[in-house]
Design a protein around this ligand. Structure first.
Ligand code: ATP
Length: 474
């Protein structure tokens, strides 16, 4: 029973149970005008923000009603029919520009309103990314939704004290909460994250070998497509690239796509491709493309690598004090050393002396080669340190399908999986997963999802027919 205690100071003390005290909170009555002003202010800010972020969608809604109110329904109807017909004509004639200027913007507005805004509060609270502190609810702020042809990109301001890793841990909750099949997290600026919800996978089907461009390309060559369907160019000159993936992950398609892209430059004399093929499987098929710069047995591989070291040291001696970066010329072409399954040479090699020669040469090339125009592109199945001790000497890395989540950071570096490089989840079905990988460059910590084009045996035969002998040593 509620019982009031006597005395002045006990005015605010009530008790329902004998011998226990409960303090009654002081109630301050806010004048109604302040509450109304706050509600109006929030509504105006919300409206201005919506017009600012989605002007096109607002026009679509506002203009017909304004015409109706001012000129009557007939004028409004004529305007709507004329606009819809013009847009339909535009869509049929120029689907790409229509999509960029109208389609994707309307879609972004619709998805912002119908999917993200509507479900924001429950998804944040249930996933644990929103917080309740002293009875108040704090939610991360949904800043902006944009649509690309393949994905929704949602910009978010995190709560103070949150990190991208907190969001990464909830990626599954976010995907389910917003009805996506996947959610990738990237941290954009301090305090902000970008959530990417793919709507369809542009990389789900194999990409045929890319046409060989007439342009001579040395520094970066097209090898496949990115997640959003745009072409991806792999930088080879001025770096070293390690491609790691389980058996059948499609490492061969990366090696061959890179070689294919360099063929015109090899013919022009600006590039030399040297091939080490200890498995005698992958590169032997196009052996004629490499002329006498091809080795398969371990001794020959060691000799070839040491020859590359000699060229590198001779160039370093000549360039010292004269130039700091290499520019490919006919006299000093860019040399790309392609190694298929480097572990055959560095770990599974039983001849200890030969193994030591190979590891020493590879270490020298990967530490000193890039400034003088010697690059290494190596494929590897098992990314453990004891298999390839010089793993970290490759500035750029590509993780194709891997067997375990822990291998992702071994290949791409710390935090790569947290940043969305889910290489262990790439499909084992070759049609959907072979050649798909995450690229992490030394210049950017964000992994990029790319699928290499598939260079078939017939493509290699055609390459040999057209380009064999073009790169022979003079
Ligand atoms: N980019 C690709 N797109 C589609 N299919 C591919 C692609 N790359 C490879 N494949 C398919 O996957 C199969 C295995 O590819 P590949 O031999 O290149 O894998 P790998 O990683 O080199 O394997 P291993 O280490 O065992 O040699 C190929 O026979 C081919 O059918």
């Amino acid at each position: 029973m509620l019982r009031k205690l006597p005395g002045d100071y006990t005015r605010d003390i009530v008790s329902t149970v004998p011998d226990s005290l409960v303090f009654r909170p002081t109630v301050v009555n806010t004048p109604a005008i302040f509450t109304i002003a706050a509600i109006v202010f929030r509504a105006v800010v919300g409206l201005v923000r919506m017009v600012w972020r989605h002007p096109l969608a607002c026009l679509v809604l506002v203009v017909p009603f304004t015409l109706w109110a001012v000129y009557g329904w007939r004028v409004a109807l004529v305007a709507v029919v004329a606009t819809v017909s013009a847009l339909a004509g535009w869509r049929l004639a120029e689907p790409v520009s229509f999509s960029a200027w109208v389609g994707l913007r309307l879609r972004a507005w619709w998805r912002w309103m119908w999917i993200y805004r509507r479900h924001w509060q429950p998804v944040m609270v249930v996933s644990g990314l929103g917080k309740h502190i002293s009875g108040r609810e704090y939610l991360p702020r949904l800043l902006k939704v944009t649509c690309t042809p393949t994905a929704d990109v949602v910009a978010v301001r995190m709560l103070s004290g949150q990190s991208a890793a907190d969001w990464q841990d909830r990626a599954d909750n976010l995907a389910h909460g917003f009805a996506g099949h996947e959610c990738r997290i990237a941290s954009a600026k301090p305090g902000r994250v970008t959530l990417v919800f793919p709507r369809r996978d542009m990389l789900a089907s194999p990409i045929p070998a890319l046409p060989i461009s007439g342009d001579v390309q040395v520094s970066a060559v097209p090898v496949g497509l990115r997640d959003d369907g745009s072409p991806y160019r792999l930088k080879l000159h001025g770096t070293h690239v390690l491609v790691a993936g389980a058996t059948g992950a499609g490492k061969g398609s990366w090696l061959w796509s890179a070689i294919r892209g360099l063929l015109p430059a090899q013919r022009a004399g600006l590039v030399e491709i040297w091939a080490l093929d200890p498995k005698l499987m992958e590169l032997s098929y196009g052996r004629a493309l490499f002329g006498d710069r091809y080795a398969a047995d371990p001794g020959a591989c060691a000799d070839l690598l040491e020859a590359a070291v000699k060229v590198m040291q001779e160039r370093a001696g000549r360039f010292a004090g004269v130039q700091r970066n290499h520019v490919a010329t006919v006299d000093d072409p860019f040399i790309l050393i392609v190694v298929d399954e480097v572990a055959f040479l560095t770990a599974y090699q039983t001849d200890r002396k030969c193994r030591e020669r190979i590891v020493a040469a590879l270490a020298t090339l990967t530490t000193q080669g890039r400034a003088v125009g010697v690059g290494v592109l190596a494929a590897l199945q098992d990314p453990r340190k004891e298999i390839l001790s010089i793993r970290n000497l490759f500035p750029d890395k590509i993780a194709l399908r891997l067997d375990e989540p822990s291998q992702v950071d071994l290949v791409l570096g710390d935090g790569a999986r947290d940043r969305g490089a889910l290489a262990d989840q790439i499909s084992t079905n070759p049609t959907t997963g072979a050649g798909v990988g995450y690229v992490r460059l030394e210049t950017s910590p964000e992994p990029v999802r790319v699928r290499a084009a598939y260079v078939s045996d017939a493509d290699i035969r055609a390459m040999v027919a057209e380009y064999a002998g073009a790169g022979e040593a003079a």
